[in-house]
Design a protein around this ligand. Structure first.
Ligand code: RIB
Length: 294
């Protein structure tokens, strides 16, 4: 089994602020850091650090930023042979992190949103039935990528984030595993509570495994109608960026290796508690040895 993550690679410009800006406000930041990020890149790093054989597909600009993003992936054990360099800027973000470690993210797609039909075909020529594809909503033509992965007989994992109207064009009936947070769950289902969100999925996507993260209220998942719950592991949070991506990578490691959903939730909760205790995105994700030793 190979894991293909077809997803974004971003340069994250992270500004520490007292509070998240309100409309019309100007505020001095207390610190700025530049990190490798992108939901795609972060999830690839988490999958590889958790110990899964991970291949990343996606695009970067043909410049120093692109080199830096590729280096972070390969330094963390991700196969980058399928990542393509193109002319134009890399995807990047401006992230504010407030004194409570909450963030907000402004995203520019750049190279992530220039994926061609020819590149898609080239990537899929390396994968087949029994392989797993992990997807987020930061690249173009996600609907076509889902259709192709389904045609190939791959197991499809979707983190529909950021949630927007484009996702309506995707065939959610082809998804085997969903990873969503409580905000996305409410946007998708029109309900606020975890139980109502899961009930919506039970009715609309009964065959899918659904993993729902709930911030300080922990996480839960639903498989074949049965619900498993997990609390958070309390730590001093400094930056929540990439916590959800870490959760995805470590949950999948345990789940794809045949562990019960409850055990997968526990491993993922431990890993993401370490991520929130460190600043940054991909660089804050722990190894499996750190998680098992924690
Ligand atoms: O999930 C966190 C990521 O979302 C950041 O690294 C940022 O690049 C955005 O894509």
């Amino acid at each position: 089994m190979k894991v293909l993550n077809f997803g974004s690679l971003n340069v994250d410009y992270v500004y520490n602020v007292d509070h998240i800006l309100v409309p019309g406000e100007t505020q001095s930041s207390t610190r700025r850091n530049v990190f490798a990020g992108g939901k795609g890149l972060n999830q690839s790093v988490a999958l590889a650090k958790a110990g899964l054989p991970t291949y990343h597909a996606g695009q970067v600009g043909n410049d120093n930023d692109g080199e830096m993003l590729l280096r972070v992936l390969s330094d963390n054990g991700v196969d980058t042979s399928l990542v393509r360099k193109i002319d134009g800027p890399c995807g990047h973000t401006f992230i504010q992190v407030d004194k409570h470690a909450q963030n907000c993210i402004l995203l520019f797609g750049g190279a992530n949103r220039c994926i061609s039909a020819e590149y898609r075909e080239e990537v899929f020529s390396h994968f087949g039935a029994g392989d797993v594809i992990v997807l987020q909503n930061e690249i173009n033509d996600l609907d076509k990528i889902i259709d192709k992965a389904y045609e190939k007989g791959m197991k499809i994992v979707l983190n529909p984030s950021p949630f927007d109207a484009y996702l309506d064009s995707c065939d959610w009936g082809k998804i085997d595993v969903f990873f969503i947070n409580e905000v996305e769950g409410a946007q998708i289902s029109g309900h606020e509570s975890a139980d109502e969100i899961l009930a919506w999925f039970r009715e609309n996507h009964p065959k899918a495994l659904v993993v729902l993260t709930l911030g300080s209220a922990g996480s839960c998942c639903m498989k074949d109608g049965e619900i498993y719950r997990q609390g958070i592991i309390p730590v001093k949070a400094v930056d929540t960026t990439a916590a959800g991506d870490t959760f995805t990578g470590f949950f999948l490691k345990a789940y794809l290796e045949g562990q019960e959903p409850g055990a997968a939730l526990a491993l993922a909760a431990k890993a993401s508690s370490i991520t929130v205790s460190r600043p940054g995105a991909a660089n804050s994700i722990p190894t499996i040895a750190e998680v098992e030793g924690a």
